[in-house]
Design a protein around this ligand. Structure first.
Ligand SMILES: [Zn+2]
Length: 345
């Protein structure tokens, strides 16, 4: 039986419709057409540094733009925005037009040409997360950068054009409206209840327990009650006053590396080679006129989190028109499957 569920965190509805699971090809693993890149022409492989623009940063002990790095950051060749563009906005009739000021970076997660995220070691997970933290901290220093999205498109059906594991960081001089309304919603919740909405959800999920996949001292992973995507997983930091990845200590990053790797490995065990988006729920980088009322309280009401969104099914007209997703796998089933696939440390 289908259910319309309200998602307390996203302030949105999701249609949980397990019947749709019986459609043909529901679990067909996608033959990934972008994965036949070979190392000799992959611009993200170690040794091919000359195929990319000069690096912005790399975790290395030798000179830049050569082999010998662990994580490498380059400007996106097909960037949506760039830092060289003059900063400013202008009115065009009723429409506000912004110049394409911002940053679009590609973080190459590993020098190795692997095509599955379960092949990364714990050290590689740590180095990757550590560099993501450094890049967000660096962009935060530019006070004109208001908001950043940090995400992975993994596989053809998740929008990736390179099979080599990579992450993208896009920083903008504006706060998207949908995001603004979500931050305001979470702030209003905090003011009314004197607690973060994330703490309420963690408490509810722990009480219900059926959707919890894993938990340690710092993080909890669960299939959200109103998951929009089949096998959607949310990981939330349990540590108070950690609203962004920049707030996580080395110890926290180390714990997250282990925790996330365990979850990702469970996914591969359960779904095979699957395409997914992974997004980091970051708060605004810097204050602007729309975030003035809540920016200084972000640490109290916002919490660092990660969403893993498997792209097992294509989105259709209903999803685009209504903004409400039809999810054919109940979050309770998804959590049980993933729990069963968890390995030890
Ligand atoms: Zn490669």
């Amino acid at each position: 039986m289908s259910e319309i569920r309200f998602d307390l965190i996203h302030n949105e509805y999701a249609l949980i419709s397990p019947e749709r699971l019986h459609r043909p090809n529901c679990y067909a693993t996608v033959g990934n057409k972008t994965l036949d890149n070979r190392q000799y022409d992959c611009p993200f492989c170690e040794g091919n540094e000359h195929l990319t623009p000069p690096e912005i940063f790399a975790l290395r002990n030798n000179e830049p733009n050569k082999a010998g790095w662990k994580v490498r950051v380059i400007p996106n060749l097909y960037k949506a925005v760039q830092i060289e563009t003059p900063f400013g906005s202008k009115e065009a009739g009723h429409y506000e037009v912004w110049n394409g000021y911002g940053a679009h970076e590609v973080i190459i997660d590993t020098p190795r040409h692997i095509t599955k995220m379960n092949q990364l070691s714990k050290d590689e997970y740590f180095n990757w997360l550590h560099v993501l933290r450094l890049r967000v901290a660096d962009l935060k220093n530019d006070k004109k950068m208001i908001y950043a999205t940090l995400f992975k498109n993994h596989g053809h059906y998740a929008g990736a054009t390179q099979s080599h594991p990579h992450t993208q960081l896009i920083a903008l001089p504006i706060l998207p409206k949908q995001k603004l309304s979500w931050f305001r919603y979470a702030f209003e919740y905090y003011k009314r209840n004197s607690r973060s909405i994330f703490d309420t959800v963690i408490e509810k999920e722990k009480n219900d327990s059926v959707r919890v996949i894993a938990e340690d001292n710092y993080f909890i992973a669960f299939a959200p009650f109103a998951s929009s995507f089949a096998f959607e997983v949310m990981i939330i930091s349990k540590i108070q006053e950690t609203s962004t990845i920049v707030d996580l200590t080395d110890k926290n990053i180390n714990a997250l590396a282990k925790f996330l790797r365990r979850i990702i490995r469970a996914f591969y065990k359960q779904l095979g080679n699957f395409d997914f988006n992974l997004v980091f729920g970051l708060p605004p980088l810097n204050k602007n006129y729309v975030s003035e009322e809540f920016f200084d309280k972000l640490n109290l009401f916002w919490r660092f989190h990660i969403r893993i969104l498997p792209r097992l099914f294509s989105l259709g007209g209903f999803e685009f028109e209504s903004g409400v997703h039809i999810n054919p796998v109940s979050p309770e089933d998804a959590a049980a499957f993933l729990r069963d696939s968890l390995e030890g440390e």
